[in-house]
Design a protein around this ligand. Structure first.
Ligand code: SF4
Length: 320
C-alpha cells in the first residue's frame, strides 16, 4: 500500500489563532473561560480545552455575568455581540479575520441598499453569524437549483457574499447561475472562499490523479472537511471522512491501494499521524509528501488580549 500526504493539510491560520486566543485567555484570566459554540469544529481540540477549564456553550444566557467569554472562529451575529455587552461579559473575539472581512462586505452591500444573498449552508454558525450582521432581507442559498428559483424584491439591487469554506467549483456554478438570472448582481467572485480552503481543495484535486482512496481527517460537522471529501469524489476517488484512526476500516484497503490523506482546517496533525500509523499496521511500503503550497499566513491576536497580556507581564515582573 502506498500513502501520499497532502500538502497543505490541517490547521489554518484562523484556527491556530482561535486556539491560541483560548490558551492565552486561560493563562491570563485562569479557568473557567467560556466559549460560545465549539471554538473550532474538532472534538479533540474541544475535549482538550474542556479538560483545561474551558466551558463551551451554545447559550449566551447560561454564562454568568462578568465572565471571560470567547466568540468562536466562525463569528457571531450583531445581536449576540450586543447581548454579551448588556450582560457585562468580558468578550474576546476569536472570529477569523477572513470571516470578519465577509461580515464587513455584507454590511457594505446592505448600506448601499442591496438585497443580500449568502451562498452557504443555512444553520452553519458562520452563515448564521454573517446573516445576523445585516439588519435587513438576507437570503441563504447553497445550490444552482436554489439560484434558479430564488425570489427577490428587486433584481436590479442585489449582492452576494459566500461562506469561506465552500467548494470552489460548486460555488462558481452557483455564482454563474445567479449572474445569468440577475445580470446586475455583484459580489466578490470567489474571493470570500479563504486561502486555506482553496489550497486544501487544490491539493486534493492534484493528489486525486495518483490515488484510489482519499482519507479526509476531520469532524463530521466541519464544512471544509466535508468539501474535501466531495472534491475527492468529484475527481474519481473513493473518499472517506474520518474523525480519527478509530474510524478506519481495514476492508477499505488492498495491498495495491494508493491512499491519499488530507485533513480539514481544524484538524490537529497528531490525528493525521495516528491515521498513518494505523495504516502502517495494515502494510504500507511507501509514504511520501505531495509537493504543495507552503502556507506562511499568520493573524495577529486581538488587541484586547495583547493589552491584557502586557498588563499581566507588568504585574508579574513587579512581583518578582
Ligand atoms: S478555514 Fe479559512 S476562514 Fe475558516 S478559520 Fe481557517 S482561515 Fe479562517
Amino acid at each position: 500500500m502506498k500513502v501520499t500526504l497532502s500538502q497543505p493539510r490541517g490547521f489554518c491560520a484562523g484556527v491556530v489563532r482561535a486556539i491560541e486566543i483560548v490558551e492565552q485567555a486561560l493563562e491570563i484570566y485562569g479557568a473557567p473561560i467560556y466559549v460560545l459554540h465549539e471554538i473550532v469544529h474538532n472534538q479533540h481540540v474541544v475535549q482538550d480545552l474542556k479538560q483545561r477549564g474551558v466551558i463551551f456553550t451554545e447559550d449566551l444566557g447560561s454564562i454568568p455575568s462578568g465572565s471571560v467569554t470567547i466568540f468562536s472562529a466562525h463569528g457571531v451575529s450583531t445581536t449576540i455581540v450586543e447581548s454579551a455587552k448588556n450582560t457585562s461579559l468580558h468578550i474576546i473575539d476569536a472570529t477569523c479575520p477572513l470571516v470578519t472581512k465577509v461580515h464587513l462586505q455584507a454590511q457594505k452591500y446592505h448600506r448601499q441598499g442591496d438585497e443580500l444573498i449568502i451562498i452557504g449552508h443555512a444553520g452553519h454558525p458562520e452563515v448564521e453569524g454573517t446573516r445576523g450582521r445585516v439588519n435587513g432581507m438576507v437570503h441563504v442559498i447553497e445550490s444552482i437549483e436554489e439560484a434558479e428559483t430564488i425570489a427577490v424584491k428587486d433584481p436590479e439591487r442585489l449582492a452576494y457574499v459566500t461562506q469561506t469554506t465552500l467548494s470552489i467549483d460548486d460555488t462558481r456554478g452557483v455564482v454563474d447561475a445567479l449572474k445569468r438570472r440577475f445580470p446586475k448582481i455583484h459580489g466578490p467572485e470567489l474571493d470570500d472562499i479563504c486561502y486555506a480552503t482553496q489550497n486544501r481543495q487544490n491539493a486534493v484535486r492534484e493528489m486525486s490523479k495518483e490515488i484510489d482512496i482519499l482519507l479526509v481527517v476531520g469532524a463530521r460537522n466541519s464544512s471544509n472537511s466535508n468539501r474535501l471529501r466531495e472534491v475527492g469524489e468529484q475527481n474519481g476517488v473513493t473518499a472517506y471522512l474520518i474523525q480519527d484512526s478509530q474510524d478506519l476500516d481495514s476492508i477499505w484497503f488492498t495491498p495495491q491501494s494508493r491512499v491519499g490523506i488530507t485533513a480539514g482546517a481544524s484538524t490537529p496533525e497528531v490525528l493525521v499521524q495516528e491515521v498513518l500509523n494505523k495504516l502502517r499496521s495494515y502494510g504500507v511500503d511507501e509514504v511520501r509528501d505531495l509537493d504543495g503550497v507552503q502556507e506562511s499566513i499568520n493573524f495577529r491576536l486581538p488587541a484586547t488580549l495583547l493589552r491584557a497580556k502586557l498588563k499581566q507581564q507588568a504585574i508579574d515582573s513587579a512581583n518578582k
